[in-house]
Write a protein that binds this ligand. Structure first.
Ligand code: FE2
Length: 276
């Protein structure tokens, strides 16, 4: 589906004169510390990106998505929200997911699952597609993200050749495989879920920007964003324990991708890391 960005979220003024568009993709936002540092970071940027996307499956207390957290990030300048295996952890999402045109859940969830797996947004006078896929290795069994991408890309390409993929997966190799599988067919394959930024950003041979994991936006002194104590209990004592969002300093992690809006090919990819 195609829906226009609300006016206050439009970034048309910053569109580069050479028809390149800049997209800032922010990794898994973890609870309040993640939301706060994103707000701070975006307010400090001198050169605003044309579009800001964030993975929000952990945005509400570390698990799931709430309407108020989405509103907070929209206010900060985020326009598209992707997800993953925790998207449906908070049941209030069923009250609004079908009414939020830019809130995604993985496209390879079964067809009857609420919500949508991709969206199209107008950025100045071009359309950008964002496609959310979920890996299967060390995850729940699902339809293949590779086959679902094959099915959806011809439909998406009727509207645009600028396609950014959030590949939310546990296994490095599955993300690397997706990068090569979609090389030359999408503008970018950006990994999420493992919360630690990797240093392998590059542009693949077909013009697809790739990074295995962009990292997360959240506390830096926990275990991938959560308090150490819960992780210790689970890993050392093998006991069930509730995980709480860690406190203390936080970081923004993500990637900035510049795309030639005529060809849909990536021009550059840069890792983003910002700490308070
Ligand atoms: Fe995840």
């Amino acid at each position: 589906m195609l829906a226009k960005l609300p006016k206050h979220n439009s970034h048309t003024d910053s569109m580069n004169a050479n028809s390149n568009i800049s997209i800032l993709f922010l990794g898994d936002v973890i609870g309040r510390p993640g939301r706060h540092i994103i707000k701070h970071y975006l307010s400090t940027l001198e050169n605003k990106p044309d579009l800001v996307i964030a993975n929000v499956e952990n945005v509400s207390h570390g698990f799931g998505v709430s309407a108020s957290c989405l509103a907070e990030l929209k206010e900060a300048g985020v326009s598209v929200f992707s997800g993953g295996n925790h998207t449906f952890d908070r049941k209030e999402i069923f009250d609004f997911i079908n009414e939020e045109p830019y809130l995604l859940r993985p496209a390879n969830y079964p067809e009857k699952t609420a919500g949508r797996g991709y969206c199209l947004v107008n950025v100045a006078d071009v359309k950008v597609a964002v496609l959310n896929l979920l890996g299967r290795e060390f995850m729940k069994p699902l339809p293949s993200p590779f086959m679902v991408a094959d099915d959806l890309l011809p439909i998406i390409n009727q509207e645009t050749n600028i396609v950014l993929v959030d590949m939310h997966a546990e296994l490095t190799a599955e993300k690397v495989a997706m990068g090569w599988y979609l090389n030359g067919r999408v503008s970018a394959v950006l990994g999420t879920h493992t919360h630690v930024q990797t240093a392998d950003e590059r542009i693949l041979s077909g013009g697809t920007a790739y990074i295995t994991d962009v990292g997360c936006c959240g506390p830096i002194n926990g275990v991938i964003g959560m308090e150490k104590e819960g992780a210790f209990k689970r890993m050392i004592e093998q006991m069930p324990a509730r995980l709480e969002v860690a406190s203390g300093p936080a970081a923004v992690n993500g990637a900035k991708v510049t795309i030639d809006s005529r060809s849909g090919k990536a021009v550059s990819i840069e890792r983003v890391r910002f700490t308070e």
